[in-house]
Design a binder for this molecule. Sequence first.
Ligand code: PLP
Length: 348
Amino acid sequence: PFFKEFLPDNYRELPELAAKLNANENPYGPSPKAITALKEVATKGNRYAWFELFDLMGKIADAEGVDVKNIMMGPGSSDLLEKTAMVMFMKGGNVVSADPSYMSLIRVAEATGATWKAVPCKEDWAHDLKAMEAAIDSETKLVYICNPNNPTGAMTDHEEMVDFCSRVSEKVPVFVDEAYLGFLEDGAKKSMVSLVNQGKDVIIARTFSKIHGMAGLRVGYVVAQEATLEKIQKITRGGMGISYTSIFAAVASMDDVEFQDTSRKLNAECREYVYKSLTKMGFEYIPSSTSFIIFPIEMEGKAFLEKMTAEKVGVRAFEINGKNWCRVSMGTMEEMKLFTAALEKVLI
Ligand code: PLP
């Protein structure tokens, strides 16, 4: 593996930030309709949400065009990435994924007893699907693809993804993490969900944390074959971890299409502003299909984080391929201006 993340020594202490651009959160959420729903159902916090959860699952199934039996809910998609890893790798094996990629599923796979077969991304930072297919062996229990990818923000071509997932899932299940897909105008068309209806053994993860701005409310789901979900849910239950209030917030947020459209538009405006500012300062960046941008910097990651935090701007730092990189989440335009001012002060 050729990528690692830097964390400050005191990363458990909450720094005082004027611009919190370190966790790919949506600065506009939750949607006003979700907040109203939360308040209205707060008094129901004494109840378990059985039927209410089924209602949300039905609504998600309709929106995704699948049967409700193809849905498993979780308190955020992290929970489902981790549960899938625990079940799939109980007897060891290996997981094939890109390097760099989002590490949640991979780290749990490793801790459960699997090995990570890391396949470097291509020069344009798309997944090297050919190399990933070649890396699959008799011990491979799952392929993990994050598209668009985190921390790169890069998108792998849709046709290539459909071809890869259709073919490879005949041999081994393919897990596609679509956390950031909602930020694309044509995100729904780029999803791998329709492969589930074609009987393919693909597992697609979606979350309410990003485009819906509900990271702190914890709702996510996977779409997969019923048999695959049964295997996972035999060992660990799905929706039991979601709070009553969050279920209602998710239902209301799904109906608030205007909120999602606005989030998408403002996110794109901030990306354009950051691209222009970076170019002006002489930085190169990876074009992003997400709510964050990553670019190489000429400073060791930990020192850079300390200096940016001193300017009250929170970002993330990675080492990829021997180089230092800064990953910045899109906040409000005001926050992005604080970010570019701090960056100029620290690095220029
Ligand atoms: N997948 C990716 C690629 C992410 O970047 C994140 C969060 O940053 C998650 C999954 C997990 O999000 P959550 O557990 O909030 O759904």
